[in-house]
Design a protein around this ligand. Structure first.
Ligand SMILES: *[C@@H]1O[C@H](CO)[C@@H](O)[C@H](O)[C@H]1NC(C)=O
Ligand SMILES: *[C@@H]1O[C@H](CO)[C@@H](O)[C@H](O)[C@H]1NC(C)=O
Length: 251
């Protein structure tokens, strides 16, 4: 119990830091494109002609301005290299579901921090399909859809369409495409308002939860409230003591 509170605190702290970092560019979208190059001047040679080679997904996301957290995760897991080689070595293309910075902010605090490196990689890959899909392609898709994370048994994503929307479901997350960020014949990047959580990595808290909450309130809130009331008592006693002492002085 104590340990979980401790790690929760750590997670909260960490998430807070991550948030503060990721929010500064997001909350100032106008400044973001101007700031971004100064962080990585060496990676961004200024050239007017587009560089030869595969479409640069990172550049497109950077330009959009509100995918800073997702970009950071792609880079941290080296999925950017995988994208480049996938684009270079096959004509299938890729489809990226890019969660906005707000989507990450809305995640439960510390949700991603419980993932180890391998899981984090799978989590990022889960947002990428190993083939190009235009909006109309989604209508003819059969579910579940395969992602870069691996087999659709372990990491299933279902995609369904209505007249006006494309819905994505992982069993944990339900969202729909909010916007087309970019599309050519090889790369499609779609904005989504929620982070896609694979069931395998984020097992839903189920049956044990009520049982736990039946026992924890006995310890926890009571502890907290008794601690609180003892503080109050203590303060009360202190005040009483001071008043008494003062009274005795005067008598
Ligand atoms: C793409 O593949 C070609 C050969 O197939 C290679 O010459 C080129 O360096 C590759 N580019 C990248 C960015 O991997
Ligand atoms: C995804 O679609 C498959 C096949 O239609 C279905 O069996 C499965 O329950 C669906 N899963 C979710 C999470 O919607």
């Amino acid at each position: 119990m104590q340990q979980s509170i401790f790690s929760l605190t750590l997670l909260l702290l960490f998430f807070h830091c991550t948030n503060t970092l990721s929010q500064s560019p997001a909350s100032a979208p106008v400044a973001a494109p101007a700031q971004a190059p100064s962080h990585h001047p060496s990676h961004r040679p200024h050239s007017s002609s587009p560089p030869p080679g595969p479409t640069d997904v990172i550049q497109i996301l950077l330009k959009a301005g509100h995918f800073i957290t997702f970009i950071r995760l792609i880079k941290a897991t080296h999925v950017d290299f995988q994208l480049t080689s996938q684009l270079n070595s096959s004509t299938d293309g890729i489809t990226v579901f890019a969660p906005t910075d707000t989507a990450f902010t809305n995640l439960k605090a510390g949700a991603l921090d419980s993932l180890n490196d391998k899981e984090k990689l799978a989590f990022v890959q889960f947002h990428i399909l190993p083939r190009f899909l235009s909006i109309s392609d989604f209508q003819t898709l059969s579910n579940p859809v395969k992602t870069l994370a691996g087999s659709d048994d372990r990491y299933p994503v279902n995609i369904s369409t209505t007249d006006s929307s494309v819905s994505i479901s992982t069993g944990l997350t339900k969202t729909s495409i909010a916007n087309t960020v970019y599309t050519d014949k090889q790369v499609a990047i779609y904005e989504i308002d929620k982070v896609l959580l694979p069931k395998l990595l984020f097992p839903p808290a189920t049956a044990p939860a009520p049982a736990k909450s039946a026992e924890t309130p006995e310890i926890n809130p009571k502890d907290a409230s008794s601690a609180m009331s003892s503080v109050l008592h203590y303060n009360g006693a202190l005040v009483l003591g001071v008043v008494l002492a003062a009274a005795m002085l005067f008598l």
